[in-house]
Design a protein around this ligand. Structure first.
Ligand code: AMP
Length: 439
């Protein structure tokens, strides 16, 4: 099906071919006609499915091409709320690209940077604002933004915004928006909380679900390597060195853990950038640019910092730590295997990860491959404790018990990468269970 048949204006669809968009993705096929009719929408779709164009193209079409607003009005008429700065930048870039034929002005509003240039940009006038909730509220409170003409609101990654505790700011933002508007809500998961949010924010939304039982691109292969916590650093190095020069995104659960893994890789001679919520916006942007432009091959990240990263053709995602929430695995693995390109998701799992792994397996359409790597696998006891998903059990080479099958009490504690004992042969435990907000 060509883009033109979705009802979009030709001026918007013609340049898409140059972006390599030959045909619309499933979420675009289903969502674009609904948005064009002016109806509210509740869509279940992950990053990587083409959801930005699914809401962005018809938003631009309705607001600018079909117009209705007086020429030169430049009061923002579209608002896209996103959970993270990175996603704000990503969505801003996509909308700016899609909006070139319509002479779209789009402004990104997010924290961690000076508010002054944002105020200046808003003063100059803009058509669509892409914002994180906290900084948008700052502008509302300082009366530096006028949202009285917003006629289309999109909540992007709504589940993540709720996870990050953004419900109160969202409610406060809602109060200053016109009641007469179109609202689009996109979420990777539709939990009861998301349904409640949708009930409060939308009116009789039409529902779109592109997951249809499958929550993951089929182009991604999933594999776990059993390992003790002590040897995860070594195994990570091994996995990265199996295919030298391959770009990899490595996920850790905590900021502290990301720093440690980054340092560990540095000592092992593997250049890695680290990105997490404690880094300044400048440092985050630099790390991402270094990675995207190939100056470093490895990016170590926490879930929240990695949200919204769109790195075309990323071949490998490594879970140094499994995520505490199974759906986060889908987001992580969704960074690879995008737009039909093959990708690998590799997880380093210890015996304590058994339950987390089981939760993840339930979300995947096929069994995760279980591959024991010689010299790294856990001892027989901890390996037994791992679930053996499906029949595609591989890697008959049993471990030699390096690391001694150490078990620990779970709860988010992990040990130093590479298992370097610190003081008296024990390991310095990390802080346990960071709030998801702070990652
Ligand atoms: P998104 O889910 O919006 O983050 O998009 C994921 C990636 O798919 C981005 O790199 C987009 O540029 C790309 N993309 C979006 N729509 C299409 C399409 N119809 N054909 C090919 N690539 C697309």
């Amino acid at each position: 099906m060509p883009f033109a048949s979705l009802g979009l204006s030709p001026s918007l669809t013609t340049p898409l071919a140059r972006l390599g968009y030959a045909t619309p993705t499933p979420v675009q096929v289903k969502s674009i006609p609904i948005v064009l009719t002016g109806g509210d929408l509740l869509a279940k779709a992950q990053t990587g499915t083409g959801k930005t164009a699914a809401f962005g193209l018809p938003m631009i079409d309705r607001l600018l091409v079909r117009g209705g607003a007086p020429a030169g009005m430049r009061k923002p008429r579209g608002l896209v709320l996103v959970p993270t700065r990175e996603l704000a930048l990503q969505v801003h870039k996509s909308l700016a690209t899609y909006g070139v034929p319509a002479n779209l002005r789009v402004t990104a509003i997010f924290g961690g940077v000076s508010i002054v240039p944002q105020k200046r940009e808003l003063d100059r006038g803009t058509d669509i604002i892409v914002a994180t909730p906290g900084r948008l509220l700052d502008h509302i409170e300082q009366r530096t933004i006028d949202l009285s003409a917003i006629s289309i609101l999109t909540l992007d990654e709504a589940d993540r915004m709720l996870d990050m505790g953004f419900l109160p700011p969202l409610r406060r933002i809602l109060k200053v928006l016109p009641r007469e508007r179109q609202t689009l809500l996109f979420s990777a998961t539709i939990s009861p909380e998301v349904v409640k949010l949708s009930a409060d924010f939308t009116r009789e939304p039409q529902r779109v679900d592109v997951s249809e039982g499958q929550t993951m691109a089929v182009t991604v292969t999933h594999r776990v390597h059993p390992v003790t916590d002590q040897r995860k650093g070594d195994l990570l190095t091994h996995v990265l060195q199996e295919t030298p020069g391959t770009q990899a995104l490595v996920f850790c659960r905590t900021k502290h853990g990301s720093n440690r893994v980054g340092q560990y890789l540095g000592r092992a001679g593997i250049g890695a950038a680290v990105i997490h919520g404690n880094k300044s916006q400048g440092a985050r942007t630099r790390a991402l640019a270094d990675f995207k432009e190939g100056r470093v091959t490895v990016l170590v990240a926490t879930d929240i910092a990695a949200r919204g990263l769109d790195i075309p053709q990323l071949p490998l995602v490594v879970n140094f730590d499994l995520p505490l929430v199974p759906e986060d695995y889908i987001h992580r693995a969704g960074r690879t295997g995008r737009a039909g390109v093959a990708g690998r998701a590799v997880s380093l799992v210890s015996a304590a990860d058994k339950d987390l792994l089981r939760g993840i397996q339930r979300l995947l359409p096929a069994p995760i491959e279980h591959v024991a790597i010689e010299n790294f696998a856990t001892s027989a006891s901890s390996q037994d404790a791992l679930p053996t998903p499906g029949r595609r059990h591989q890697g008959g080479r049993q471990s030699r018990g390096v690391g001694g099958g150490h078990r620990h009490g779970g709860g988010g504690h992990r040990h130093a990468p590479g298992g370097r004992p610190q003081r008296g042969g024990s390991f310095r435990p990390r802080r346990s269970g960071p709030s998801r907000r702070s990652a």
